[in-house]
Design a protein around this ligand. Structure first.
Ligand code: ATP
Ligand code: MG
Length: 311
């Protein structure tokens, strides 16, 4: 069902993305809070939004994918009403902590739920293609869900690796970046496993793990680090538990055929250990300690009064 923008008040800005802004909004009549993603109605972006919406519609029922409610198109903007993930992205959490790493136990709960999300997507033949900390969102029920289908793609009968040259290069697997060397066994699900492993490792290290701390990722350095670098050197012995190091190793194998599948990873000791409740509790505690203090707008404005997009 469609919604009226004028039924909502904006509470605060949740984040900015490539082409738009995400607001936390209050539906006045029901007092329910949602996330509202506004994307400037640019012809080129419109295509992307439509694709995202088509995919989002097919994810209804996925427990670990951000719930999509509805889309409204105005002349100036496309507006998607989404489930509010009130603890924001894991990326923002990390920044808020001054890039102090996530504790391993909490990370086990993040990794497990992200894997469950990937499994749900793959069972619907959906490839996400942009797994990274900014697209792993958390809520106060300690649930982790995958967001942002702007570059997702419905897996059709024939796979076209060339068409997959989108997304955030830093989290791309070797076979996506260098199809000559690694492209022979390109499989989009395995590419998602790489990105997930890298995202989890980043949360563990506090910074993008394939480059020295503080180095802004440039294209050439990334190519070298991802395709030529020694992934094993990433996590020195003693820097993490054996389970965690083994888990990362299973995700970050350069040859995609040797990487574990999502189903296999769900059985990995790091995420399937007996202390699953403990890791969920660790995530809960972690979120409590790192709650967001980003200001709520003092005088919530009616959405209709907000200029649709400001980038
Ligand atoms: P990009 O392409 O850079 O990843 P995008 O334009 O596709 O960004 P999103 O990733 O969907 O936009 O959203 C940008 C940011 O807004 C996220 O990183 C997150 O911090 C926040 N955000 C998005 N959706 C939600 C949501 N449902 N609940 C809470 N916060 C959200
Ligand atoms: Mg995003």
């Amino acid at each position: 069902p469609d919604f009226l923008l004028s039924d909502f008040n904006t509470l605060r800005v949740l984040g900015h993305g490539n082409g738009g802004t995400v607001y936390e909004v209050l539906h006045r009549r029901s007092a329910a809070v949602f996330a509202l993603k506004m994307v400037r109605a640019d012809v080129s972006l419109r295509h992307q939004v439509q694709r995202e919406v088509d995919i989002l519609r097919r994810t209804v029922g996925c427990r670990h994918v951000v719930r999509f409610h509805s889309l409204v198109r105005t002349p100036s903007a496309d507006v998607a009403l989404l489930e509010n993930m009130d603890r924001g992205s894991t990326d923002a959490l990390l920044r808020r902590r001054g890039r102090r790493p996530f504790p391993e136990l909490a990370l086990a709960a993040v990794a497990r739920q992200a894997l469950l999300g990937l499994a749900e997507l793959h069972s619907r033949q959906i490839v996400h293609r942009d797994i990274k900390p900014a697209n792993l969102l958390v809520n106060s029920a300690s649930e982790v869900k995958i967001a942002d289908f702007g570059v997702g793609k419905v897996l059709l009968r024939s796979l076209d690796p060339c068409d997959s040259y989108v997304g955030t290069c830093a989290y791309m697997s070797p076979e996506r970046l260098d199809s000559v060397t690694y492209g022979a066994d390109y499989h989009p699900y395995a590419a998602g496993v790489w990105s997930l492993g890298l995202a989890v490792l980043e949360l563990h290290q506090g910074h993008f793990p394939l480059l020295p701390e503080g180095v802004p990722p440039d294209w050439a350095a990334l190519m070298v680090a991802i395709c030529l670098g020694e992934a094993k050197g990433v996590l020195p012995e003693g820097a993490a538990s054996d389970e965690f190091r083994a888990f990362i190793d299973c995700c970050l194998r350069k040859e995609s055929g040797k990487r574990w599948s999502v189903a296999e990873l769900l059985g990995h000791p790091f995420v399937s250990g007996a202390d699953r409740d403990e890791s969920k509790q660790a995530l809960r505690d972690f979120l409590q300690e790192n709650s967001d203090e980003s200001p709520v707008l003092k005088e919530p404005r009616k959405l209709g009064q907000i200029p649709p997009i400001s980038i």
